[in-house]
Write a protein of this length. Structure first.
Length: 241
């Protein structure tokens, strides 16, 4: 694990976009997996800008959406699907993509489809993830088994409360569907992004706390090729910064 500290969110987003572009130049048919949310939004925007300016072709790559709120339709602009569709798929136009369909009525089937997609196009070359206020990655909530592939999980009270920030009106969220941490362990590169003072406690815990399923993001410490990309405020509680 490396920790890289940037002056601000813009700088870390730009650096993350550069890493993704570098990978696509070396391996055009890479399998990418991104989280949605406030943190990676700017990276996705910059990825599009840079790929146009630098003539980078994403048309051979594949994309897997990290997670979704069970029961929330893709048309809801707070859904992960909406984010992935508008900020990644419409703009970068990868050859293959799979996003969980959270209203399919067969969540186990959706997990199986995702696992099959990754088997076919993977292993994942690069994951770009965020960190929740309870240390979750994707919807791998505290206490999750780290060996899981795609799975459905009851959301932790913190995620239920914080998650409402994505929705214009109160969303009936209860469960998430997500790639498991086994995929993170197997991914070629993992970028964990965080910005802002509000993330400083969870970044300290993830990077300098014990590695434990009670704090899922701590698994980042065990990945040989992970980069924790944070701005100065998010780094403010690190002892070794
Ligand atoms: C969303 C996801 C979540 C977020 C995390 C941080 O697809 O996987 O784990 O990455 O909750 O969210 P933001 O970036 O909105 O603070």
């Amino acid at each position: 694990m490396q920790v890289k500290i940037f002056p601000d969110h813009e700088a870390l987003s730009s650096a993350a976009a550069d890493i993704i572009i570098q990978l696509i130049r070396i391996k055009p048919a890479a399998l990418l997996c991104f989280a949605s949310g406030e943190t990676p939004r700017r990276t996705c925007e910059l990825l599009v800008e840079k790929s146009i300016n630098e003539n980078v072709d994403f048309s051979k790559c594949s994309f897997a959406g990290l997670d979704e709120w069970v029961g929330i339709p893709p048309t809801n602009d707070g859904s992960c699907h909406y984010f992935f569709q508008h900020l990644v798929l419409d703009t970068l136009q990868p050859q293959n993509a799979f996003l969980f369909n959270a209203i399919s009525g067969d969540m186990e089937g959706e997990c199986a489809k995702m696992d099959q997609f990754i088997l076919q196009h993977g292993p994942i070359d690069l994951m770009m993830v965020g960190i929740g206020m309870n240390g979750h990655i994707g919807f791998n909530e505290p206490g999750v088994s780290v060996g899981l592939r795609s799975h459905v999980i009851d959301l932790d009270p913190t995620t239920l409360a914080v998650g409402q920030k994505y929705f214009k009106k109160k969303a009936p969220i209860r469960q998430g569907i997500t790639l498991g941490l086994s995929y993170l362990q197997q991914s070629g590169v993992v970028l964990l992004l965080a910005n802002g003072e509000k993330k400083s406690t969870v970044i300290h815990e993830a990077v300098e706390g014990p590695v434990t399923p009670q704090f899922p993001a701590s698994i980042i410490q065990t990945h040989a090729n992970s980069i924790v990309m944070i701005d100065k405020p998010a780094a403010s509680q690190l002892k070794n910064n």
